[in-house]
Write a protein that binds this ligand. Sequence first.
Ligand code: URA
Length: 235
Amino acid sequence: MFGDVKFVCFGGSPKRMEKFAQFMVGQLNEKIPAGMTLSDISHGSDRYVLYKVGPVLSVSMLYHADCKDVKFFRLGTSGGLGLEPGTVVITDAAATLGMILQHPAFLDRDLCEQLQEIGTKNQQYETVIGKTMCTYDFYEGQARLDGAFCDFTEEDKMAFLKRIHDRGVLNIEMESLCFAAMAHRAAVKSAIICCTIVDRLKSDQITASHETLEEWQERPQKIVAKFIRKQLGIE
Ligand code: URA
């Protein structure tokens, strides 16, 4: 069933990945027989959803499925640093603990550049390559002052954010390091492509409307869809 899979796309929210799968049906001109619909193949699990649209899959477990030459993509959202919210960031290195540490969490440079080239064709927003800081939580760990606990001041926060920004960190999220390390360990080419939804050099709060956030979340999906279409020779 999974032997033809070439592109595996991971996202945080089950709903987002269902919408992405529906979007890919149109993008790949997949024909769903009349009276049938896409269904969550992992329906027995309450931990994740799994949709298959031609050679595109949303979650892993590929080793025993005989897949060859597969690419992994993490599609998500993040807090940006010094970027217009809505900017798409393609990660070239993931780091944690407020310092740039050396982890075997490498991402595929060529894949990053191909995705950036596709993203850059869209003039409505920027697509940039940069470092992503990966954290264990959304509030204290990302130098936010509006969480349940906070032992630092606005000045400490800004000094920290400016320091990491000066070292090339363009966005902050919570999955990249594990994703990059696991894909690298499995020798699978991978990319992390997240839309920023707030500029953390200006604010802790995400104030964009629901509609705007939905549109921003679709940006990485559209870039990866174009990449897949190009790889399959239908773009
Ligand atoms: N996701 C994060 O982890 N941080 C943000 O600021 C936004 C999205």
